[in-house]
Design a protein around this ligand. Structure first.
Ligand code: PEP
Ligand code: CO
Length: 445
């Protein structure tokens, strides 16, 4: 029976869509099956408690942001966060970027109404354009090709940076903080970097060489597998391996709005050999999640499924335990990671500052921190463990989430609000969050 696919663009030119998909299907893959399986192994290690997953990046990448400075800034903050986590927790960190393909967004309403004019909602650069005009909002299949190309350009640059020693701790430009002002997290971060540099210098003096593992790190990519025709066009069989691989990304995930066990997204994911992320939130029925797991991971394969819970600080204590219990009772050890962003989004109307009077989406940093703290507590009390975190962050010095050590208020939001979709943590807030996690991980060892 055909399953219905939620959140799909409605293309008006089927022939044009078919032509684009045929072209995509003939183009080279963006990642390899070997990398995909290596990530699955690392996720299996995280499920056993031997590694911690850091999944982070933009809510939505935009084609315009496919620029060297933006990509470098994004890698840099991921690297810095992972350094704090490794140092604090003594565990390996799996770096999983929301990058090189995070171009399609689910929306709560199909249409957007402004001043009495109703147009299709903006669904990400892979689908249509954000400008509010009928021409811009028409889903355009050509954009799928542009998205594939942007993803390829991004990955090409990331791979070159990583191979060129971007992650070498002796390259100060990668490790120095971009924000100039003094703060306690800045001091703590600098202490950690200096400590690591000193111990590496010591090791080098002792052995006479740099260990390659210290200058090269792995980055994996992930995105929400939303527009199914695109994902399918990049789904391939490879010589000498069984199964089908989505080779547009290492880890495709199923978003909250498309996670029904009866929907087409779950049906699609079942057929893949990739590790799969599944969002879990207040709308998740524990029994339905168990059905989804039974479909996607009937063999309880280590590393196959990453469950990304996003309840919100106010609902996690009540909402998460029944889900943990149901999943465990059905026989999955589960790799659980916490997304403390998507359950804590609110709309505020600043009363002063440049954006006064205009509603804007934000997240209070205190709530983000609180959800994460509660996630550690809930897992501890349920006998499970938190294996990672999933956040929306940018290396740019934005003011999109309020709070943090600089005490950003609603009135600061307009100053540097650049997200086209959800509010992201800035680098400073992200490091503060990493330090909190490092403390918990250390205490839990
Ligand atoms: C997202 O991760 O950007 C997102 C839309 O999340 P969710 O599906 O959990 O709402
Ligand atoms: Co988002």
């Amino acid at each position: 029976m055909a399953k219905s696919a939620a959140q799909q663009p409605s293309y008006d030119d089927c022939a044009a869509l078919e032509a684009v998909l045929a072209e995509l299907a003939a183009l080279p893959p963006l990642v390899t099956s070997g990398e995909v399986l290596a990530l699955k192994q690392q996720l299996a290690a995280a499920a056993r408690g031997e590694a911690f997953v850091l999944q982070a990046g933009d809510c939505a990448e935009s084609f315009a942001q496919c620029r060297p400075d933006a990509i470098t800034a994004q890698l840099k903050i991921l690297l810095q966060m992972s350094l704090v986590l490794v140092h604090g927790s003594g565990r390996r960190v799996v770096r999983l970027a929301r990058l090189a393909g995070q171009y399609a967004k689910p929306r709560s309403a199909d249409a957007e109404v402004r001043d009495g004019v109703s147009l299709p909602a903006y669904r990400g650069d892979n689908v249509n354009r954000s400008e509010f005009s009928a021409a811009a909002r028409r889903p355009d299949p050509e954009l799928l090709l542009r998205g594939y190309e942007r993803a390829a350009l991004t990955l090409n640059f990331v791979r070159a940076l990583v191979d060129g020693g971007f992650a070498d701790i002796h390259h100060p430009e990668q490790w120095d903080l971009s924000f100039a002002h003094a703060s306690p997290s800045r001091d703590e971060y600098e202490r950690i970097v200096n400590e690591i540099r000193a111990s590496l210098d010591f090791a080098r003096t002792l052995t006479g060489e740099d260990h390659p593992a210290l200058t090269r790190v792995d980055f994996f990519t992930s995105h929400e597998a939303l527009v199914l025709p695109y994902e399918q066009a990049l789904t391939r069989q490879v010589p000498r391996r069984d199964g089908w691989f989505n080779l547009s990304t290492h880890l495709p995930w199923i978003g909250m709005r498309t996670a029904s066990p009866d929907g087409a997204h779950v049906e699609y994911a079942r057929g893949l050999s990739n590790p799969i992320g599944i969002k879990v939130g207040p709308a998740t029925e524990p029994a339905a999640l168990v059905r989804t797991l039974e479909a996607i991971d009937p063999h309880r394969e280590p590393g196959r499924v990453t469950l990304i819970h996003r309840f919100g600080a106010d609902r996690i204590a009540e909402g998460l335990p029944p889900v943990l219990r149901a999943v465990r009772a059905a026989g999955w050890p589960g790799l659980w990671i916490c997304d403390p962003m998507h359950g804590n989004t609110e709309t505020v109307v600043p009363t002063d500052g440049a954006g006064a009077g205009r509603p804007v989406k934000t997240r209070a940093f205190a709530k983000v921190m609180l959800e994460l703290e509660r996630a550690f507590e809930v897992h501890a009390s349920c006998g499970t463990h938190l294996g990672g975190v999933h956040i929306e962050v940018t290396g740019d010095d934005v003011t999109e989430c309020t709070g943090g050590s600089r005490g950003l208020s609603d009135a600061d939001l307009a100053r540097a609000y650049r997200s086209a979709v959800d509010p992201r943590l800035n680098a400073e807030q992200a490091l503060e969050l990493s330090m909190l996690m490092a403390r918990h991980l250390r205490a839990g060892r």
